[in-house]
Design a binder for this molecule. Structure first.
Ligand SMILES: Cc1cc2nc3c(=O)[nH]c(=O)nc-3n(C[C@H](O)[C@H](O)[C@H](O)COP(=O)(O)OP(=O)(O)OC[C@H]3O[C@@H](n4cnc5c(N)ncnc54)[C@H](O)[C@@H]3O)c2cc1C
Length: 406
């Protein structure tokens, strides 16, 4: 898709036209985001008619800043439909039929249809190509059996991106296919898994004779790995995008915490913490610039392996920011607020900076696991960006069914 040029002034003018027609402080999420979509301001790098204007992806920042400047309500994509917007939409755009693009992508952006990603299995996480769930052709349908795990938001999802084995007689990367699974189909059994935060944002999903029509396959039969890679590259870029705003996101919360709590600390402790927060601020800014550079370099199409830079840097940085948050809070951080009950998050929780820091300290442990671990990010960067020798992969050319497994 050829990239369209537009000045920042013209783009801001388009946002003003949108705000005249629908203002986020006055209409609900679905109405506002629906209109944002119609104006091509949802994902500006998407084609015209599909929520975008064919612009460089970095121009989305101008749209978001202009909305933030003119409204109290701002809907963060990551809170609305992280997997749908970050991964589902680009995958449908790349591999979906025209009908799928028209019917699915808008509802992803508005948040009417939540999406989930059914890749990981109990014995296939980092090595997702080793997965064992099976899809067998039966007339116009595929019949799927198996178990998925760590499926974020499966309990509220309408659609799932499912990778399953369709041919066990070829090497692992060649025998998988990619499906859009209706999460309300008979045989889909979603069970919550509880996390250290006390919430169950992810699930195990059992698939028992689930029928998927053949037309819901994305890519050709056996192309599952190729489509999965597109999904994962987009996931890493979405997860490693930084806060987008100077001093925003976790570092902003940390600085607010510092303002509220610094008087509790001795002079010596103040000096150490101030220095530590300054270092973290510098690193957060570097992450923001790196993400901006990556966005500016992305012309159109899907991100490449360099998306792993932001994912790795962000995962490791955020863990340190929240650790520092607990140091700033001091001994109060040892107490988790009453209400540590097991629950399923269906909407963004309301927190004070103090409770948010404690919650995020626990939640950020997962940052270096979800979307691929930091070790796997380093492997990708070493092999695919720096061109270092690859890991030994002894099962690469063996039929999947002949690979010994426990
Ligand atoms: C909060 C959260 C949400 C998630 N959401 C989803 C989701 O929505 N959908 C989904 O499909 N999955 C999801 N996952 C699963 C996630 O993708 C996997 O947990 C992750 O890929 C790691 O796989 P694993 O847990 O099987 O660990 P393993 O692959 O068993 O890894 C165990 C350890 O070995 C290391 N390791 C493994 N292979 C190598 C290697 N080749 N070189 C060096 N070190 C290696 C890993 O880095 C790790 O430290 C989620 C996970 C979390 C924590």
């Amino acid at each position: 898709m050829a990239q369209v040029e537009m000045s920042g002034k013209d783009l801001r003018g388009r946002v003003q036209a949108l705000l005249k027609e629908a203002h986020p402080d006055q209409v609900d999420q679905f109405t506002f985001r629906g209109k944002q979509w119609d104006h091509g301001l949802a994902m500006v790098h998407f084609p015209e008619g599909l929520g975008g204007l064919g612009l460089n992806p970095k121009m989305q920042g101008i749209v978001n800043d202009e909305i933030r400047k003119n409204a109290k309500t701002f809907y963060e994509d990551l809170n609305i439909n992280p997997i749908g917007i970050g991964m589902g939409a680009p995958v449908v755009l790349t591999y979906g039929t025209e009908e799928m693009k028209k019917t699915l992508i808008k509802r992803i952006f508005t948040g009417e249809d939540i999406w989930c990603q059914l890749f990981s299995e109990p014995s296939a996480g980092s090595d997702v190509a080793g997965l064992s769930s099976r899809a067998v052709r039966d007339g116009d349908d595929w019949v799927v059996n198996g178990q998925k795990v760590w499926t974020t938001l499966a309990h509220v999802s309408k659609w799932g991106m499912l990778v399953s084995r369709t041919d066990p007689d070829v090497p692992k990367h060649k025998g998988m296919s990619y499906f859009l699974l209706d999460m309300e189909a008979p045989g889909v059994d979603v069970r919550p898994l509880y996390q250290i935060t006390g919430e169950a944002e992810f699930n195990e999903v059992f698939l028992n004779d689930v029928r998927i029509p053949n037309e819901r396959m994305l890519g050709a039969e056996g192309d599952g790995w190729k489509v999965a890679i597109t999904t994962l590259m987009n996931e890493r870029t979405a997860l490693g995008g930084g806060s987008g705003r100077k001093g925003g996101g976790p570092i902003g919360t940390l600085m607010n915490l510092w303002k509220e709590n610094s008087s509790k600390h001795s002079n010596a402790s103040k000096a150490v913490l101030r220095d530590h927060i300054t270092q973290l601020y510098i690193k957060s800014e570097l992450l923001r610039f790196t993400s901006q550079r990556a966005r500016a370099a992305a012309k159109s199409g899907n991100p490449g392996p360099e998306g792993s830079v932001g994912k790795l840097a962000q995962a490791e940085l955020y863990k340190k920011v929240w650790e520092c948050g607990l140091d700033v809070i001091g001994s109060d951080s040892l107490i988790y607020e009453p209400g540590y009950e097991l629950k399923r998050p269906e909407a963004a929780e309301k927190h004070t900076p103090l409770t948010y820091a404690k919650y995020q300290f626990l939640r950020s442990r997962a940052n270096s696991i979800e979307g691929g671990t930091s070790e796997i990010m380093r492997n990708i960067l070493g092999e695919r960006v720096l061109g270092l020798p690859g890991e030994p992969r002894v099962d690469k050319d063996i039929a999947w069914k002949d690979v010994p497994r426990g």
